[in-house]
Design a protein around this ligand. Structure first.
Ligand SMILES: C[S@@+](CC[C@H](N)C(=O)[O-])C[C@H]1O[C@@H](n2cnc3c(N)ncnc32)[C@H](O)[C@@H]1O
Length: 322
């Protein structure tokens, strides 16, 4: 077992509950964000008829998961890839016609944050990296040191720091080239007036915004979600856990569109647009971790879980928007 890679799976009980209807079936389960494989291992233990396709873009996660899942190796295929390649990968292993469940537990694993050399943490001295896939050419250093003023302002505005986007950008540009995480954190800290601070270190949201840009998280998520919904077999289930509001809003929107087929007809009139729903949304609003879980795993405090089930066209008719 890789002693350095420890990640506690978030909302594990809720995830297992959502997948319990597929427990007795034979087919494929795709963990599109394998990480330390905590969720994947529990799924394999609880669902003996399922084979697992595990995907992650981080080589360190792939190695840790491969080691943890050794015992189940006859039922497991692991691929290093981004989850917006999920359809192609499912086809390459012959899973595409029998996908019963897909999990997307977004964001970072604990080791990615805690290993200083990955550059994700504003409180640990490290290089400005922040790549989940360390073979990608786009680093945080490139984003911080090469982007135009307008690009940086837009980046911070659209990813959680609208109020001080201009001030933070000016401070960054004045101090370029910036080399380390702690240097950047100090520059952000000095740019945000003390009186206007929200909860936590001001660099927290700025680092998150840069990470989103480095890994193109929003674009990749939309495509990954849409492919995942199309891959599901009838009554197959998708569970998505997100960790910031930008992600959760996108998940909500893609789920609503899958539930209504993109129908925009007024809810008080019969649908006349001919939209065909693909799925039934199982969660009204999002589910959160219990206070008990948050007390022993603080990273679960921002988790928001949503789930849907693919429609079985033999059994259902147009359900309208939900
Ligand atoms: C929160 S962790 C998953 C933890 C996992 N559920 C467990 O129980 O250990 C998220 C993982 O998803 C991976 N990841 C994030 N976005 C990805 C993407 N677009 N494509 C592939 N992997 C991604 C990260 O590298 C990270 O290992």
């Amino acid at each position: 077992m890789n002693q350095n890679f420890t990640h506690t799976p978030v909302m594990l009980k809720e995830v297992l509950d959502f997948f319990s209807p597929i427990a007795q079936k034979q087919g494929w389960f795709i963990d599109a964000t394998l990480g330390g494989a905590g969720h994947a291992k529990a799924i394999l233990e609880n669902h003996s008829g399922l084979s697992l396709l595990g995907i992650d873009q981080d080589q360190i996660a792939i190695e840790a998961a491969t080691e943890l899942l050794q015992f189940f190796s006859s039922r497991v295929v692991i691929k290093k890839a981004r989850f917006d390649e999920i359809s192609k990968i499912a086809r390459s292993v012959g899973a595409e016609n029998n996908v019963l469940g897909i999990l997307m537990d977004l964001g970072l694993s604990s080791p990615q944050i805690d290993f200083a050399h990955r550059g994700f943490s504003y409180s640990l001295e490290g290089p400005l990296d922040m790549r989940m896939d360390t073979t990608s050419p786009r680093t945080a250093s490139l984003v911080i040191n090469q982007s135009s003023q307008e690009e940086l302002i837009n980046l911070f505005k659209s990813n959680g720091e609208p109020q001080f986007a201009k001030r933070i950008t000016s401070a960054i540009i004045k101090n370029r080239p910036i080399k380390t995480t702690t240097e950047l954190a100090q520059i952000v800290d000095s740019a945000v007036p003390r009186a206007n601070r929200r909860k936590g270190h001001p660099a927290k949201r700025v680092f998150q915004a840069i990470r989103i840009a480095v890994n193109q998280e929003i674009e990749v998520l939309r495509s990954g979600l849409e492919q995942a919904i199309d891959l599901l077999s009838p009554q197959g289930r998708l569970v998505v856990i997100s960790y910031h509001s930008g992600e959760d809003q996108l998940v909500k929107q893609v789920f609503q569109d899958a539930g209504s087929g993109g129908c925009r007809c007024p809810y008080y009139l019969p649908c006349v647009c001919g939209a065909i729903p693909k799925a039934k949304v199982l969660t009204t609003g999002s589910r959160k971790a219990t206070s008990n879980e948050i007390s022993f795993n603080s990273r679960s405090s921002s988790a928001r879980l949503r789930s849907l089930e693919a429609l079985d066209f033999n059994k259902s008719s147009h359900l309208g928007s939900m």
